[in-house]
Write a protein that binds this ligand. Structure first.
Ligand SMILES: [Cu+2]
Length: 112
């Protein structure tokens, strides 16, 4: 019985290393903040500028609860930079953000 429980414990962590690492990073960055407990949710945004070469997009975004960030216009690195060719400046999008290596990053972007 004991070995079965140990195996289950190992499997849970072995199958979710990225999610686990991201969660602990967010917790370090925002100690005591309730925001760090929240899973990333899509946020409404408008594309202001695309820099495909740098893999960055400037977004006018609404509040990003999981990053504890209010509404503003700023540039973000994009995890899947090749996806930037599918978008144009001025488009309304729905964007999911997360901390990647401590940097707020676009992890998913969809046209509205
Ligand atoms: Cu911001």
């Amino acid at each position: 019985m004991k070995s079965v429980q140990t195996l289950a414990f190992v499997l849970v962590f072995a199958t979710t290393p990225a999610a686990f690492a991201a969660g602990s990073m967010a917790g370090m960055d925002m100690k005591g903040g309730a925001a760090s407990q929240q899973a990333p949710q899509p946020v409404a945004a408008e594309i202001k500028k695309i820099d495909a070469r740098a893999g960055k997009v400037t977004l006018k975004h609404g509040p990003i609860a999981n990053l504890g960030m209010g509404p503003m216009t700023m540039a973000f690195p994009v995890r899947d930079r090749a996806s930037l060719k599918d978008f144009k400046e001025g488009e309304a999008v729905s964007v999911t953000f997360d901390n990647v290596d401590g940097t707020p990053t676009v992890v998913e972007m969809r046209r509205k």
